[in-house]
Design a protein around this ligand. Structure first.
Ligand SMILES: CC(C)(COP(=O)(O)OP(=O)(O)OC[C@H]1O[C@@H](n2cnc3c(N)ncnc32)[C@H](O)[C@@H]1OP(=O)(O)O)[C@@H](O)C(=O)NCCC(=O)NCCS
Length: 152
């Protein structure tokens, strides 16, 4: 079975509210991580149409605090597909009074695995790559995924 890789995309938009912050009035890192995980899960599920679980996360560097009232924009994009796994690149930005700034620099890479009803890995569709950018990101994702496996 084949699927176009561009099906694996999602965007989440939220506004930082008091219940999501620490006592300094800035966003908890864990709240942002949960939003990124959700966006990546939606992207993976849209692509493979199976249940998906997070198996690893890489490159979570919080570059700047995010204050109450700022808008959070999380964008997830599937870039690499293995046999049962998918690597999703997630970007997090904040917007305040028209200014857009990146929060996680450069991006975070999430690996999801498609699972059956008993939680065992199952194959995902083979990707159809339509553009040279998709091809370039796929090769980069493959390298990242191979390195992740090596360090585990
Ligand atoms: C995800 C899970 C089913 C994988 O099980 P597993 O026995 O490691 O499966 P496998 O060794 O067959 O690997 C399956 C795929 O995951 C990849 N993988 C496994 N561990 C990985 C890691 N640490 N980093 C990157 N990829 C990994 C493998 O390379 C393989 O990819 P491929 O099929 O595309 O080649 C199992 O680890 C699990 O259930 N983890 C918990 C998931 C979860 O609950 N997440 C939420 C956290 S609260």
């Amino acid at each position: 079975m084949h699927e176009v890789i561009s099906k694996g995309q999602a965007e989440l938009i939220d506004i930082v509210m008091p219940g999501q912050t620490n006592h300094y009035g800035t966003l908890f890192g864990g709240v942002l991580m949960a939003q990124m995980d959700k966006a990546a899960n939606i992207a993976a599920t849209r692509y493979c149409k199976r249940d998906c679980v997070t198996v690893s996360v890489d490159n979570m560097v919080f570059q700047r605090p995010v204050k109450i009232g700022e808008v959070i924009i999380v964008t997830a994009r599937l870039i690499y597909v293995g046999k049962t796994s998918m690597l999703i690149r997630v970007k997090a930005e904040s917007e305040f009074l028209g200014n857009l700034r990146q929060i996680i620099i450069p991006c975070a890479d999430f690996v999801f695995v498609a699972v059956d009803k008993s939680g065992q890995p199952i194959p995902v569709p083979s990707p159809v790559l339509s553009t040279s950018e998709e091809q370039r990101l796929f090769e980069r994702g493959k390298e990242i995924k191979e390195n992740l496996r090596r360090i585990c």
